[in-house]
Design a protein around this ligand. Sequence first.
Ligand code: ATP
Ligand code: MG
Length: 371
Amino acid sequence: MFEIPQKIEYIIEKLTQNGYKAYIVGGSVRDILLGKVPQDFDVTTSATPNEVISLFEHTVPTGIKHGTVTVVTDNTPVEVTTFRTENGYADFRRPDNVEFVSDIKEDLSRRDFTINAMAYNHQDSLIDCFGGKDDLKNKVLRTVGDPGTRFKEDALRILRLFRFASTLGFTIEENTLTAALEYSHLLENVSRERIFAELKKTVTGENFEVFSDLIICGGLEFLNIKKIPNFEKIKKHKNNPLICLYLSIDSKCLDQLKPSNSEREFFNAFDKLSLLNAPKTKADIKEMLNISSPEYTLAFFEYKEWDTKDLKQILQNHEPYKISHLDIDGKTLISLGFKGKEIGEILERLRKIVVNEPQKNKKEILINEIP
Ligand code: ATP
Ligand code: MG
């Protein structure tokens, strides 16, 4: 049942042969038990970072202070983290101290939810100290230990909770939910980038409705997120997280969440396209293409659930809609004696003509159209 890729097996075996304990842990164990193929495997070990470094040929000290060394085998990077406990959390987000320990149970106890707090290797089989396997079977999310304490330590766990509830379709155990809502004001301490990354995963989940609780209790008011999204509509766009986000959160709020440049461009294009009336003619569609791009216009049609037939035809036939598509350019106009501002104005006027009559996009015809 527990199929572990060869490269991961190799790391675990090598650590074990040298007298250390080593397991796959966290999300990978959860996913295997759910019958899914894990995206990546994390390894946890009793060996200290320096011991890990000395055992493997190619390592990168990615997070030595926190116990993480990346072991590279056959070009595949694998994070190997020393068993550790954490304490401090003065900033409601990151531990002030980590301490390396020799017992896997202690390491599992610092993890967020019971379903994420299991470890496995072939020798010891499943290590499940907090009832994670039962919670997986019953589809329940529950913190390891007292939920209030765990959310106060690190408020990001509150968002992870709603993310897993949404993507896995699990229910949230009562005390865990009560504490998550009670401490949701601490989300203000989480970096905007982390909030954005979690929201992006949450909005495409099957059970995104669970998110309402967090909005209703005012947990996201500091980001001005107050409206309950239209879940029915969002469900239709699961393949495009950016559309889901645009449907869920006001674009001014999205901007505060520090999206990447390309994500920001996407939201800006949608804002601009939203200002136009719904297109009635092909010429109207070409005006949309002119102010954004084929990619964003197609996504916007998808978002609006409009028929894309005419749009696709324009693109397939390479019908002109931009000044750069004209069969005439500024240089030609200069050679005809035009100057300065009037060049731009003429080109824009000619663009308008070919938008309506593409067949007129020929130099001789366009020259004749110049007033
Ligand atoms: P996925 O990778 O599918 O998003 P994951 O559970 O693997 O989910 P990671 O961020 O890869 O999430 O973290 C790996 C493991 O580290 C988790 O399964 C959990 O055991 C632990 N973990 C991650 N973030 C936290 C946190 N904020 N508090 C406590 N434990 C955490
Ligand atoms: Mg993971």
